[in-house]
Design a protein around this ligand. Sequence first.
Ligand SMILES: *[C@@H]1O[C@H](CO)[C@@H](O)[C@H](O)[C@H]1NC(C)=O
Ligand SMILES: *[C@@H]1O[C@H](CO)[C@@H](O)[C@H](O)[C@H]1NC(C)=O
Ligand SMILES: *[C@@H]1O[C@H](CO)[C@@H](O)[C@H](O)[C@H]1NC(C)=O
Ligand SMILES: *[C@@H]1O[C@H](CO)[C@@H](O)[C@H](O)[C@H]1NC(C)=O
Length: 470
Amino acid sequence: MGKFISVTASPPLCVRSKLLCFSLLYLFTTLSLFLYVSLSRNQCVFRYSPFDPIQTKNFSYPSSYGEHKYALPTHRSSCSSPVFFSDYWTVLKEIQSICSDSSSSSSSENLRYINGKSETFGGNFSAQKRFSYFNHSKNDVEVPCGFFRDFPISNSDRAEMEKCGLVVASAIFNDHDKIRQPVGLGVKTLETVCFYMFIDDKTLNSLYHHNVISKNNNPRGSRVGAWRIIKISKSESLYVNPAMNGVIPKYLIHRLFPSSKFSIWIDAKIQLMIDPLLLIHSMLVVPEADMAISKHPFFVNTMEEAMATARWKKWGDVQGLRMQMETYCEHGLKPWSSHKLPYPTDVPDSALILRRHGVRSNLFSCFMFNELEAFNPRDQLAFAFVRDHINPKVKMNMFEVEVFEQVVVEYRHNLKKIETSSYEQQEEEQKQESLRTIQKRRKWLDHESWSLNTSSCKSYLMDMWGESHH
Ligand SMILES: *[C@@H]1O[C@H](CO)[C@@H](O)[C@H](O)[C@H]1NC(C)=O
Ligand SMILES: *[C@@H]1O[C@H](CO)[C@@H](O)[C@H](O)[C@H]1NC(C)=O
Ligand SMILES: *[C@@H]1O[C@H](CO)[C@@H](O)[C@H](O)[C@H]1NC(C)=O
Ligand SMILES: *[C@@H]1O[C@H](CO)[C@@H](O)[C@H](O)[C@H]1NC(C)=O
């Protein structure tokens, strides 16, 4: 104690050593910044600094477009594993250096894809054939990864896309959503990151209708705020189901943007609230992950998700869902409880997907797409099966729902349909609607009607239901 007093009684340390003085100053600044982040409203997302150079340019829509109407409330107020974002300038430099590092894209490391033509975009492979590619121990083996038919975008769009080094992409098909602008972008982000929104004819007509895009301009090269709009023409080579066309850019993003080292996919129902560079840095670069994706808010079991999908009529073809689950059980879908860490859940919320493009994540994305074509565009059901059966394994960072809710805002899909659909489209919708009502009457997968004796999923279901079910 006496010693301590004698030290403080002499001239302040600070005066004696400039270095110490600066260190102390730094310590206090850091401490106060730490207090800043700790006391800020968001408890799952900690920014390094209140002085991050955020761009304040606002984009405004014609009032009839009303892009902000239906935000969904979030209920979580605590967070078990918060995410820390580093300083914007440090992140920018680090990511720019990764993107310009050509050694990380040597051709021996790239996946090779099967080329050719087929009756469907994904090649219509049998289950046996699809799964035969899962063990990818030799990189010279070509894998199936879509594009067995033309992807109908213009050559100028394609050329632009191929130059992009870091992409944020989204898609709106069937006028299902509104275009939402990313919020909180750093001042250099729009120069570093390209934002691409894929839309079909029906969505484009709606944008014309609301004067979001002027009809006089060629839609090629047109922008809406941060987004560059890419029109996907109506084409025989695509799928009848618009949702299936939406998963082409969602899962084959690494093929549409072959130069990009990282990508962020966001479903059009959500709005990005954090700078994409910060997200990529904190969720991929720092944890050295290949992919980052949110956990599902309710489910950990693939089968729970399948049942909910059937029950809530999110996918009408119940027989198809059952066949999908049976196929996976037959080929070794493991109950969630039998997993060893590091996989905390089998069901993602795939509205936000961050990827580091490379063999592992590209392989995962290709094989996911093949499953979606084979069964249905509901991508949560194939997730655990593909993740657990591919080799090399993808390093998956599955983050908490609380984090998801603070890096994006979720909106409802468009509720009212505007009258832009052509006669054929209306006819197609009516067909799908009546198909849905027929299928609604079927029941699937309740405890009584599921015939466990003949199901390949018997052990999975017994495990999931536990001993309480008899
Ligand atoms: C941008 O919009 C926000 C809120 O929407 C507002 O607070 C801010 O002042 C606007 N900035 C500019 C430059 O108009
Ligand atoms: C896909 O292949 C199956 C046979 O494996 C065939 O029955 C089906 O018609 C094919 N689908 C298309 C769209 O060609
Ligand atoms: C994958 O293939 C390699 C060589 O062909 C083999 O040694 C390895 O055991 C296989 N891995 C799995 C999980 O089947
Ligand atoms: C299923 O198998 C059990 C015996 O393993 C049998 O007792 C039961 O009757 C069978 N149920 C049906 C519906 O076949």
